[in-house]
Design a protein around this ligand. Structure first.
Ligand code: GLY
Length: 391
């Protein structure tokens, strides 16, 4: 079992102070949120930085639990563990509902059940994590070699079935951590095989030759033949959605951490080099790299936070010279978030980061996002030398 860990690394005093002070404010923000939230989980922020809460199962429902377990790791205060554990019935309900279970079981259960198991050794939490991993494996499409992302909603909704069936998406790489954990826990090879196959298919079909990425890719549902890339949350089919690129950087780095596969490390590195080049001087990217970063389009703080956590993880996986470059880049992303998006010293805000682009084509931009907040905390902790997370 993973034990609570306390920082004992080596970062500059100035950096350590700045990031540590922000983490202290993050923990205070969570402590203040608990009586307001009750058992609710944030979905997206309002214009005045209040949370709109999830209304039933939602792919974002685990991010507050993940933050609570990080706060527990930082403080050993049982109030955070109790608040996360009290949410268990909601997570049990998702496991019991075929309509609620989709590819995001990894985000949801790594940060809720696996986090509880790793933090406390609770056997029910472990069993829920394994059950979620089994349900994720069951979504694997042997013909195309991928985990299907979304669900058709019933026999009468042909349009949704056409949209969802045969589609893989970039975000799913984040869910593979649940499978790698389940493989380590149980030794069952299915978990590892499905994670490896989905990762390889992501690399083959989502990553373009120039190291930009498609958000989604479609396969023939009858034969599994690869068809073409297509966006869902990005600007265009041939553009590069900033958060998708960040999901893949963090995800490939995490796959390498789990398996030691050098191909995964190379993919994370190439995608991070590309993202850095596409960003130019900016450090909180425009929401899609096809668009000019001239202030005329929304920026995405969540993409910067996910990328910061990813490149700081990458720094722990490479030699010292390269590590220094990724740490510098990760710190520059964090510094830009602190300069432009930090809400932790705004007493009226309920979350931590402003200016997240949830789904711009659907009209959701410039808002707090629970995943932006979670990865912001993870990146701050990585910058402080922490290396025990729930992935
Ligand atoms: N997984 C959905 C998103 O990144 O918005």
């Amino acid at each position: 079992m993973q034990k609570t860990s306390y920082f004992n690394g080596d970062v500059s005093v100035a950096g350590k102070d700045k990031y540590q002070q922000t983490l202290t404010r993050c923990v205070a923000r969570l402590r203040g949120l608990l009586p307001v939230a009750g058992l609710r989980n944030p979905k997206i922020g309002t214009a005045n930085n209040q949370w709109i809460w999830c209304d039933g199962p939602d792919w974002v429902m685990g991010f507050l639990s993940g933050q609570l377990w990080l706060a527990h790791q930082l403080t050993a205060d049982p109030v955070f563990a109790a608040a996360a554990r009290a949410r268990r019935p909601q997570f049990r309900a998702v496991l019991d509902s075929r309509k609620a279970r989709d590819h995001d079981l990894g985000f949801i259960y790594s940060l809720h059940s696996v986090a509880e198991w790793l933090s406390t050794g609770d056997a029910v939490a472990r069993a829920m994590g394994i059950e979620a991993a089994r349900a994720l494996v069951a979504r694997f499409r042997e013909d195309g070699g991928y985990i299907q992302a979304w669900n058709p909603v019933g026999p009468h909704d042909r349009e949704q079935a056409r949209f969802a069936n045969g589609r893989m998406i970039a975000d799913t790489i984040q869910n593979l951590a649940l499978l790698h954990w389940a493989h380590r826990e149980t030794g069952i090879t299915d978990f590892r095989e499905v994670a490896d196959l989905h990762e390889a298919t992501s690399l083959r079909h989502l990553v373009r030759d120039d190291d930009t990425t498609f958000h989604t890719f479609l396969f023939d549902t009858a034969t599994g033949e690869p068809l073409h890339g297509q966006t869902h949350q990005g600007h265009a089919d041939d553009s590069c959605w900033a958060r998708g690129q960040a999901w893949l950087i963090h995800g490939f780095a995490n796959c390498h951490r789990a398996t030691g596969n050098p191909v995964s490390l190379d993919a994370a590195r190439r995608l991070a080099i590309k993202a850095k080049a596409l960003m130019g001087e900016t450090r909180v990217p425009v929401w899609d790299y096809a668009l000019p970063a001239d202030g005329s389009h929304p920026i995405d703080s969540s993409a910067a936070a996910v990328m910061a956590a990813g490149v700081l993880m990458l720094a722990d996986l490479v030699d010292a010279d390269e590590a220094a470059e990724w740490r510098d880049f990760g710190h520059s992303l964090l510094d830009a978030l602190l300069a432009k998006c930090d809400l932790t010293d705004d007493a009226a805000a309920q979350g931590m980061l402003a200016h997240g682009a949830g789904h711009v084509p659907a009209g959701r931009a410039d808002a707090m996002l629970p995943y932006g907040d979670y990865y912001f905390m993870e990146a701050l902790m990585r910058a402080q030398g922490h290396s025990d997370f729930f992935w």
